[in-house]
Design a protein around this ligand. Structure first.
Ligand SMILES: CCCCCCCC/C=C\CCCCCCCC(=O)N[C@@H](COP(=O)(O)O)[C@H](O)/C=C/CCCCCCCCCCCCC
Length: 418
Protein backbone atom coordinates (compact mmCIF):
# COMPACT_ATOMS: atom_id res chain seq x y z
CA UNK A 1 0.00 0.00 0.00
CA UNK A 2 1.27 3.45 -0.80
CA UNK A 3 0.04 6.58 0.81
CA UNK A 4 0.39 9.27 -1.77
CA UNK A 5 0.42 12.79 -0.48
CA UNK A 6 0.48 15.21 -3.39
CA UNK A 7 1.53 18.31 -1.53
CA UNK A 8 -0.72 18.67 1.42
CA UNK A 9 -1.23 15.71 3.70
CA UNK A 10 -4.83 16.69 4.22
CA UNK A 11 -5.44 15.90 0.57
CA UNK A 12 -3.87 12.52 0.87
CA UNK A 13 -5.23 9.71 -1.11
CA UNK A 14 -4.68 6.16 -0.15
CA UNK A 15 -3.76 4.08 -3.12
CA UNK A 16 -3.75 0.38 -3.26
CA UNK A 17 -0.71 -0.74 -5.15
CA UNK A 18 -1.43 -3.43 -7.70
CA UNK A 19 0.58 -6.60 -8.08
CA UNK A 20 2.28 -5.56 -11.23
CA UNK A 21 3.61 -2.37 -9.73
CA UNK A 22 4.80 -4.25 -6.73
CA UNK A 23 7.31 -6.03 -8.92
CA UNK A 24 8.87 -2.81 -10.14
CA UNK A 25 11.59 -0.80 -8.55
CA UNK A 26 12.69 2.78 -9.16
CA UNK A 27 9.79 3.52 -11.39
CA UNK A 28 9.39 7.24 -12.09
CA UNK A 29 6.08 8.69 -11.02
CA UNK A 30 3.80 9.93 -13.65
CA UNK A 31 2.74 12.63 -13.19
CA UNK A 32 5.49 13.56 -10.74
CA UNK A 33 4.20 14.03 -7.24
CA UNK A 34 5.84 15.73 -4.36
CA UNK A 35 5.88 12.96 -1.87
CA UNK A 36 5.41 9.26 -1.65
CA UNK A 37 5.24 7.43 1.57
CA UNK A 38 6.15 3.82 1.15
CA UNK A 39 4.24 2.18 3.89
CA UNK A 40 5.71 -1.27 3.86
CA UNK A 41 9.15 -0.28 5.05
CA UNK A 42 10.06 -0.21 8.71
CA UNK A 43 6.74 -1.49 9.88
CA UNK A 44 6.95 -2.65 13.42
CA UNK A 45 7.83 -6.34 13.38
CA UNK A 46 4.86 -7.19 15.54
CA UNK A 47 2.54 -6.22 12.73
CA UNK A 48 4.65 -7.02 9.71
CA UNK A 49 2.61 -10.08 8.98
CA UNK A 50 -0.52 -7.93 8.84
CA UNK A 51 0.86 -5.22 6.65
CA UNK A 52 3.42 -6.79 4.37
CA UNK A 53 2.24 -8.52 1.27
CA UNK A 54 2.21 -12.27 1.37
CA UNK A 55 4.93 -12.61 -1.22
CA UNK A 56 7.39 -11.42 1.34
CA UNK A 57 8.28 -8.08 -0.19
CA UNK A 58 10.03 -6.04 2.35
CA UNK A 59 12.76 -3.56 2.24
CA UNK A 60 14.48 -2.72 5.43
CA UNK A 61 16.26 0.16 3.83
CA UNK A 62 13.41 1.56 1.81
CA UNK A 63 13.06 5.30 1.97
CA UNK A 64 10.44 6.93 4.11
CA UNK A 65 9.80 9.84 1.87
CA UNK A 66 10.88 10.50 -1.64
CA UNK A 67 10.75 14.18 -2.49
CA UNK A 68 10.62 16.28 -5.57
CA UNK A 69 10.02 14.58 -8.87
CA UNK A 70 10.22 11.41 -6.94
CA UNK A 71 10.74 7.86 -7.88
CA UNK A 72 8.97 5.02 -6.33
CA UNK A 73 11.50 2.75 -4.83
CA UNK A 74 10.29 -0.60 -3.76
CA UNK A 75 11.16 -4.16 -4.13
CA UNK A 76 12.74 -7.13 -2.55
CA UNK A 77 15.34 -6.51 0.02
CA UNK A 78 18.75 -6.95 -1.50
CA UNK A 79 22.35 -6.14 -0.94
CA UNK A 80 22.09 -2.89 -2.87
CA UNK A 81 19.48 -1.51 -0.53
CA UNK A 82 21.84 0.41 1.77
CA UNK A 83 23.38 2.24 -1.18
CA UNK A 84 20.01 3.03 -2.65
CA UNK A 85 18.78 4.35 0.62
CA UNK A 86 21.91 6.39 1.07
CA UNK A 87 21.44 7.93 -2.35
CA UNK A 88 17.94 8.92 -1.56
CA UNK A 89 18.56 10.17 1.93
CA UNK A 90 21.81 11.98 1.44
CA UNK A 91 20.24 14.34 -1.05
CA UNK A 92 21.72 15.51 -4.31
CA UNK A 93 21.27 18.74 -6.20
CA UNK A 94 17.65 17.80 -6.74
CA UNK A 95 16.99 17.04 -3.15
CA UNK A 96 14.04 19.08 -2.03
CA UNK A 97 12.94 20.80 1.09
CA UNK A 98 10.88 17.83 2.12
CA UNK A 99 13.89 15.61 2.16
CA UNK A 100 16.03 17.95 4.20
CA UNK A 101 13.32 18.33 6.72
CA UNK A 102 12.98 14.64 7.01
CA UNK A 103 16.66 14.07 7.39
CA UNK A 104 16.99 16.53 10.18
CA UNK A 105 14.86 14.37 12.38
CA UNK A 106 16.61 11.08 11.92
CA UNK A 107 15.54 7.70 10.71
CA UNK A 108 16.15 5.26 13.44
CA UNK A 109 13.79 2.55 14.35
CA UNK A 110 14.25 1.74 17.99
CA UNK A 111 11.59 -0.90 17.74
CA UNK A 112 13.43 -2.91 15.12
CA UNK A 113 14.63 -5.86 17.13
CA UNK A 114 17.93 -7.33 16.09
CA UNK A 115 16.45 -10.78 15.71
CA UNK A 116 14.35 -9.64 12.77
CA UNK A 117 17.36 -8.32 10.97
CA UNK A 118 19.83 -11.09 11.42
CA UNK A 119 18.99 -12.75 8.19
CA UNK A 120 19.48 -9.54 6.30
CA UNK A 121 22.61 -7.83 5.32
CA UNK A 122 21.73 -4.56 6.93
CA UNK A 123 19.50 -1.56 6.78
CA UNK A 124 20.58 1.96 6.62
CA UNK A 125 19.62 5.54 7.10
CA UNK A 126 21.57 8.69 7.60
CA UNK A 127 22.74 10.33 10.73
CA UNK A 128 23.42 14.00 10.27
CA UNK A 129 24.33 14.78 13.79
CA UNK A 130 28.03 14.62 13.24
CA UNK A 131 27.96 17.52 10.82
CA UNK A 132 28.51 15.57 7.65
CA UNK A 133 26.00 12.99 6.65
CA UNK A 134 26.91 9.67 8.10
CA UNK A 135 25.13 6.67 6.82
CA UNK A 136 24.17 4.24 9.47
CA UNK A 137 21.67 1.62 10.33
CA UNK A 138 21.32 -1.80 11.75
CA UNK A 139 23.63 -4.66 11.06
CA UNK A 140 22.98 -7.92 12.75
CA UNK A 141 21.07 -6.05 15.34
CA UNK A 142 23.67 -3.40 16.03
CA UNK A 143 23.95 0.16 14.94
CA UNK A 144 26.50 0.45 12.18
CA UNK A 145 27.63 2.98 9.63
CA UNK A 146 26.96 2.13 6.02
CA UNK A 147 30.59 1.45 5.33
CA UNK A 148 30.66 -0.91 8.26
CA UNK A 149 27.60 -2.59 6.91
CA UNK A 150 29.26 -2.85 3.54
CA UNK A 151 32.48 -4.20 5.01
CA UNK A 152 30.48 -6.46 7.24
CA UNK A 153 32.59 -5.49 10.23
CA UNK A 154 31.37 -4.62 13.67
CA UNK A 155 34.59 -3.80 15.41
CA UNK A 156 34.26 -0.08 15.95
CA UNK A 157 30.58 0.58 15.87
CA UNK A 158 29.61 3.80 17.57
CA UNK A 159 32.06 3.56 20.34
CA UNK A 160 32.59 7.26 20.78
CA UNK A 161 30.17 10.05 21.28
CA UNK A 162 29.19 12.17 18.34
CA UNK A 163 28.71 15.91 18.84
CA UNK A 164 25.42 17.43 17.85
CA UNK A 165 25.35 19.40 14.69
CA UNK A 166 23.40 22.62 14.66
CA UNK A 167 20.04 22.06 13.10
CA UNK A 168 19.82 24.29 10.09
CA UNK A 169 16.49 24.28 8.47
CA UNK A 170 15.12 25.49 5.23
CA UNK A 171 12.64 28.27 5.30
CA UNK A 172 9.17 27.24 4.24
CA UNK A 173 8.31 28.25 0.72
CA UNK A 174 5.36 30.25 1.99
CA UNK A 175 7.71 32.36 4.03
CA UNK A 176 9.83 33.34 1.08
CA UNK A 177 11.85 30.42 -0.12
CA UNK A 178 14.87 28.64 1.21
CA UNK A 179 16.90 30.23 3.86
CA UNK A 180 19.01 28.97 6.61
CA UNK A 181 17.73 30.17 9.92
CA UNK A 182 19.54 30.32 13.18
CA UNK A 183 17.32 27.71 14.64
CA UNK A 184 17.99 26.07 17.91
CA UNK A 185 20.34 23.13 17.76
CA UNK A 186 18.93 19.71 18.34
CA UNK A 187 18.58 19.06 22.02
CA UNK A 188 21.47 17.18 23.51
CA UNK A 189 21.13 13.47 23.40
CA UNK A 190 20.92 11.49 26.54
CA UNK A 191 24.19 10.00 27.64
CA UNK A 192 22.68 6.59 27.11
CA UNK A 193 22.15 7.33 23.48
CA UNK A 194 25.44 9.08 22.85
CA UNK A 195 27.70 6.10 22.95
CA UNK A 196 26.10 3.08 21.51
CA UNK A 197 28.28 0.16 22.38
CA UNK A 198 27.90 -3.18 20.74
CA UNK A 199 25.26 -5.13 22.55
CA UNK A 200 24.94 -8.85 22.77
CA UNK A 201 22.69 -10.31 20.11
CA UNK A 202 19.06 -10.16 21.10
CA UNK A 203 19.43 -6.88 22.99
CA UNK A 204 17.95 -3.79 21.46
CA UNK A 205 20.59 -1.18 20.80
CA UNK A 206 19.79 2.37 21.82
CA UNK A 207 20.16 4.24 18.59
CA UNK A 208 22.24 7.40 18.59
CA UNK A 209 19.84 10.28 18.90
CA UNK A 210 17.25 7.97 20.33
CA UNK A 211 14.20 9.47 21.89
CA UNK A 212 14.32 10.14 25.58
CA UNK A 213 11.18 11.04 27.41
CA UNK A 214 13.30 12.91 29.93
CA UNK A 215 14.41 15.39 27.30
CA UNK A 216 10.91 15.98 26.03
CA UNK A 217 9.72 16.44 29.58
CA UNK A 218 12.51 18.92 30.26
CA UNK A 219 11.57 20.89 27.16
CA UNK A 220 7.89 21.19 28.06
CA UNK A 221 8.82 21.95 31.64
CA UNK A 222 11.04 24.79 30.45
CA UNK A 223 8.23 26.24 28.36
CA UNK A 224 6.32 28.01 31.07
CA UNK A 225 7.84 31.12 32.60
CA UNK A 226 7.08 32.61 36.01
CA UNK A 227 4.76 35.05 34.26
CA UNK A 228 2.91 32.05 32.80
CA UNK A 229 4.09 32.78 29.32
CA UNK A 230 4.90 29.95 26.94
CA UNK A 231 8.38 30.12 25.46
CA UNK A 232 8.34 29.01 21.87
CA UNK A 233 11.95 27.77 21.82
CA UNK A 234 11.45 24.94 24.33
CA UNK A 235 7.98 24.29 22.94
CA UNK A 236 9.42 23.51 19.53
CA UNK A 237 12.24 21.59 21.12
CA UNK A 238 9.69 19.36 22.82
CA UNK A 239 8.02 18.74 19.49
CA UNK A 240 11.31 17.95 17.83
CA UNK A 241 11.91 15.28 20.43
CA UNK A 242 8.48 13.80 19.86
CA UNK A 243 8.99 13.75 16.13
CA UNK A 244 12.26 11.92 16.61
CA UNK A 245 10.32 9.32 18.51
CA UNK A 246 7.65 9.15 15.84
CA UNK A 247 10.26 8.65 13.12
CA UNK A 248 11.51 5.65 15.02
CA UNK A 249 8.12 4.01 14.87
CA UNK A 250 8.39 3.32 11.19
CA UNK A 251 7.59 4.66 7.77
CA UNK A 252 3.91 4.13 8.27
CA UNK A 253 3.98 7.23 10.47
CA UNK A 254 5.92 9.34 8.00
CA UNK A 255 2.92 11.27 6.78
CA UNK A 256 2.25 12.33 10.35
CA UNK A 257 5.80 13.24 11.24
CA UNK A 258 6.21 15.09 7.98
CA UNK A 259 3.27 17.28 8.77
CA UNK A 260 4.57 17.93 12.27
CA UNK A 261 8.04 18.74 10.88
CA UNK A 262 6.55 21.17 8.38
CA UNK A 263 4.81 22.98 11.18
CA UNK A 264 7.84 23.01 13.42
CA UNK A 265 9.90 24.45 10.60
CA UNK A 266 7.40 27.16 9.84
CA UNK A 267 7.67 28.19 13.46
CA UNK A 268 11.45 27.91 13.47
CA UNK A 269 11.62 30.25 10.52
CA UNK A 270 9.75 32.86 12.55
CA UNK A 271 11.62 32.22 15.77
CA UNK A 272 14.96 32.58 14.02
CA UNK A 273 13.91 35.32 11.64
CA UNK A 274 14.11 39.09 11.67
CA UNK A 275 11.15 39.33 14.00
CA UNK A 276 12.46 36.73 16.40
CA UNK A 277 11.78 38.94 19.41
CA UNK A 278 8.06 38.92 18.59
CA UNK A 279 8.19 35.14 18.47
CA UNK A 280 9.90 34.57 21.79
CA UNK A 281 6.69 33.63 23.53
CA UNK A 282 3.31 32.49 22.45
CA UNK A 283 1.81 35.60 23.98
CA UNK A 284 4.08 37.99 22.09
CA UNK A 285 3.46 36.10 18.87
CA UNK A 286 -0.31 36.34 19.24
CA UNK A 287 -0.26 40.07 19.95
CA UNK A 288 2.21 40.75 17.17
CA UNK A 289 0.39 38.76 14.49
CA UNK A 290 -3.07 39.99 15.49
CA UNK A 291 -2.02 43.64 15.72
CA UNK A 292 -0.47 43.45 12.25
CA UNK A 293 -3.35 41.54 10.70
CA UNK A 294 -1.11 38.59 9.98
CA UNK A 295 -3.68 35.93 10.84
CA UNK A 296 -6.35 34.65 8.48
CA UNK A 297 -9.27 34.52 10.87
CA UNK A 298 -11.98 33.76 8.33
CA UNK A 299 -10.52 32.23 5.23
CA UNK A 300 -7.12 30.87 4.44
CA UNK A 301 -6.01 33.53 2.04
CA UNK A 302 -3.05 35.80 2.51
CA UNK A 303 -1.47 34.29 5.63
CA UNK A 304 -1.75 30.54 5.27
CA UNK A 305 1.25 29.90 7.48
CA UNK A 306 0.75 32.36 10.29
CA UNK A 307 2.31 31.46 13.61
CA UNK A 308 -1.11 31.51 15.29
CA UNK A 309 -2.54 29.04 12.83
CA UNK A 310 0.50 26.77 12.88
CA UNK A 311 0.67 26.66 16.66
CA UNK A 312 -3.05 25.91 16.76
CA UNK A 313 -2.37 22.70 14.80
CA UNK A 314 0.37 21.69 17.18
CA UNK A 315 -1.76 22.73 20.12
CA UNK A 316 -4.53 20.35 19.06
CA UNK A 317 -1.95 17.63 18.67
CA UNK A 318 -0.71 18.40 22.16
CA UNK A 319 -4.19 17.59 23.43
CA UNK A 320 -3.94 14.25 21.66
CA UNK A 321 -0.54 13.69 23.27
CA UNK A 322 -1.89 14.52 26.69
CA UNK A 323 -4.78 12.08 26.34
CA UNK A 324 -2.56 9.42 24.86
CA UNK A 325 0.05 9.64 27.60
CA UNK A 326 -2.63 9.63 30.25
CA UNK A 327 -4.13 6.54 28.67
CA UNK A 328 -0.77 4.87 28.40
CA UNK A 329 0.08 5.62 32.00
CA UNK A 330 -3.14 4.38 33.50
CA UNK A 331 -3.83 1.43 31.21
CA UNK A 332 -3.31 -2.17 32.15
CA UNK A 333 -0.09 -3.79 31.10
CA UNK A 334 -1.79 -5.79 28.37
CA UNK A 335 -3.80 -2.85 27.05
CA UNK A 336 -3.68 -2.18 23.34
CA UNK A 337 -1.57 0.86 22.55
CA UNK A 338 -3.32 1.27 19.26
CA UNK A 339 -6.72 1.39 20.99
CA UNK A 340 -5.45 4.01 23.45
CA UNK A 341 -4.05 6.00 20.57
CA UNK A 342 -7.23 5.72 18.50
CA UNK A 343 -9.41 6.79 21.44
CA UNK A 344 -7.18 9.77 22.18
CA UNK A 345 -7.16 10.73 18.53
CA UNK A 346 -10.93 10.46 18.20
CA UNK A 347 -11.35 12.62 21.27
CA UNK A 348 -9.07 15.36 19.99
CA UNK A 349 -7.51 15.74 16.57
CA UNK A 350 -9.90 13.64 14.53
CA UNK A 351 -12.54 16.37 14.56
CA UNK A 352 -10.23 18.59 12.53
CA UNK A 353 -9.14 16.04 9.96
CA UNK A 354 -10.81 15.00 6.74
CA UNK A 355 -11.96 11.43 6.29
CA UNK A 356 -8.91 10.22 4.40
CA UNK A 357 -6.50 11.51 7.04
CA UNK A 358 -8.57 9.94 9.80
CA UNK A 359 -8.55 6.59 8.06
CA UNK A 360 -4.84 6.71 7.34
CA UNK A 361 -4.15 7.67 10.95
CA UNK A 362 -6.18 4.81 12.34
CA UNK A 363 -4.46 2.34 9.99
CA UNK A 364 -1.10 3.65 11.15
CA UNK A 365 -2.06 3.27 14.80
CA UNK A 366 -2.48 -0.47 14.20
CA UNK A 367 1.27 -0.61 13.74
CA UNK A 368 1.99 0.60 17.25
CA UNK A 369 3.92 -1.81 19.42
CA UNK A 370 2.76 -3.22 22.73
CA UNK A 371 2.49 -0.97 25.73
CA UNK A 372 5.62 -2.39 27.35
CA UNK A 373 7.71 -2.04 24.18
CA UNK A 374 6.44 1.49 23.86
CA UNK A 375 7.38 2.38 27.41
CA UNK A 376 10.76 0.75 26.99
CA UNK A 377 11.70 2.99 24.10
CA UNK A 378 11.13 6.07 26.18
CA UNK A 379 14.64 5.37 27.43
CA UNK A 380 14.01 6.01 31.09
CA UNK A 381 14.42 2.47 32.33
CA UNK A 382 11.77 -0.20 32.60
CA UNK A 383 8.02 0.24 32.13
CA UNK A 384 7.55 1.17 35.80
CA UNK A 385 10.03 4.02 35.60
CA UNK A 386 8.49 5.17 32.34
CA UNK A 387 5.05 5.22 33.93
CA UNK A 388 6.42 7.24 36.82
CA UNK A 389 8.05 9.68 34.46
CA UNK A 390 4.84 10.02 32.51
CA UNK A 391 3.23 11.03 35.78
CA UNK A 392 5.87 13.77 36.10
CA UNK A 393 5.59 14.84 32.49
CA UNK A 394 1.86 15.15 32.21
CA UNK A 395 1.29 18.16 34.48
CA UNK A 396 3.74 20.18 32.39
CA UNK A 397 2.12 19.19 29.13
CA UNK A 398 -1.29 19.93 30.64
CA UNK A 399 -0.04 23.29 31.81
CA UNK A 400 1.28 24.30 28.41
CA UNK A 401 -1.94 23.11 26.81
CA UNK A 402 -4.10 25.01 29.33
CA UNK A 403 -2.24 28.31 28.96
CA UNK A 404 -2.37 28.09 25.18
CA UNK A 405 -6.04 27.21 25.15
CA UNK A 406 -6.89 30.12 27.40
CA UNK A 407 -4.87 32.54 25.33
CA UNK A 408 -6.44 31.35 22.09
CA UNK A 409 -9.92 31.55 23.54
CA UNK A 410 -9.30 35.09 24.77
CA UNK A 411 -8.35 36.14 21.28
CA UNK A 412 -11.00 34.07 19.49
CA UNK A 413 -8.29 32.07 17.80
CA UNK A 414 -9.54 28.56 18.52
CA UNK A 415 -11.56 28.61 15.35
CA UNK A 416 -8.72 29.44 13.01
CA UNK A 417 -9.76 26.49 10.93
CA UNK A 418 -8.91 27.48 7.43
C1 LIG B 1 6.32 9.97 25.42
C2 LIG B 1 6.19 9.95 24.01
C3 LIG B 1 5.23 8.99 23.51
C4 LIG B 1 4.36 9.55 22.49
C5 LIG B 1 5.12 10.06 21.34
C6 LIG B 1 4.23 10.58 20.29
C7 LIG B 1 5.00 11.22 19.24
C8 LIG B 1 4.09 12.05 18.42
C9 LIG B 1 4.83 12.98 17.61
C10 LIG B 1 4.24 13.81 16.83
C11 LIG B 1 2.77 13.90 16.75
C12 LIG B 1 2.34 14.36 15.43
C13 LIG B 1 1.57 15.59 15.49
C14 LIG B 1 0.82 15.76 14.24
C15 LIG B 1 0.38 17.16 14.08
C16 LIG B 1 -0.82 17.19 13.23
C17 LIG B 1 -1.26 18.58 12.97
C18 LIG B 1 -2.48 18.55 12.09
O1 LIG B 1 -3.57 18.41 12.59
N1 LIG B 1 -2.30 18.68 10.79
C19 LIG B 1 -3.38 18.54 9.85
C20 LIG B 1 -3.89 19.89 9.45
O2 LIG B 1 -2.84 20.64 8.93
P1 LIG B 1 -3.14 21.76 7.86
O3 LIG B 1 -3.44 21.06 6.57
O4 LIG B 1 -4.32 22.53 8.34
O5 LIG B 1 -1.89 22.58 7.77
C21 LIG B 1 -2.93 17.73 8.69
O6 LIG B 1 -3.92 17.61 7.76
C22 LIG B 1 -2.51 16.40 9.25
C23 LIG B 1 -1.85 15.52 8.58
C24 LIG B 1 -1.28 14.29 9.22
C25 LIG B 1 -2.19 13.48 10.07
C26 LIG B 1 -2.01 13.73 11.51
C27 LIG B 1 -2.57 12.63 12.33
C28 LIG B 1 -2.16 12.89 13.74
C29 LIG B 1 -2.28 11.70 14.59
C30 LIG B 1 -1.71 11.92 15.96
C31 LIG B 1 -0.33 11.47 16.10
C32 LIG B 1 -0.21 10.00 16.19
C33 LIG B 1 1.14 9.53 16.48
C34 LIG B 1 1.09 8.14 16.96
C35 LIG B 1 2.34 7.68 17.55
C36 LIG B 1 2.28 7.23 18.93
Amino acid sequence: MILRVPSNPSRATVLQEDNQRRQQTDKPCSPPCRTHIVVVAHVHPAVQHHVLPRDGHQDAAAPHVLPGACRESRGRHNAAAPQRSARIHSGGPKAGLTERRHLDFGHFNPFQPPSKLKARRGSSGNDLRGGAARKCGYFNGHIATASQIERGGLASIWTKSVPNAALTTARPAAAGGRRSVGAAPLPPFSSASRACAVLPAGKMAAAPGAFSLREVLAAFQACVTEQREVLLGPYLQGWRGLVRFLNGLGAIFSFISKDAVTKIQIMESYCGGERREEYRTLQSMVSYELSRGLVDLQRRSSHPDSGCRTILRLHRALRWLQLFLEGLRTARQDASTSAICTDSYNASLAAYHPWVVRKAAVVAFCALPSRDAFLEVMNVGGPEEAVEMLGDALPHIRDVYGITQELYEQHCLVGVAV
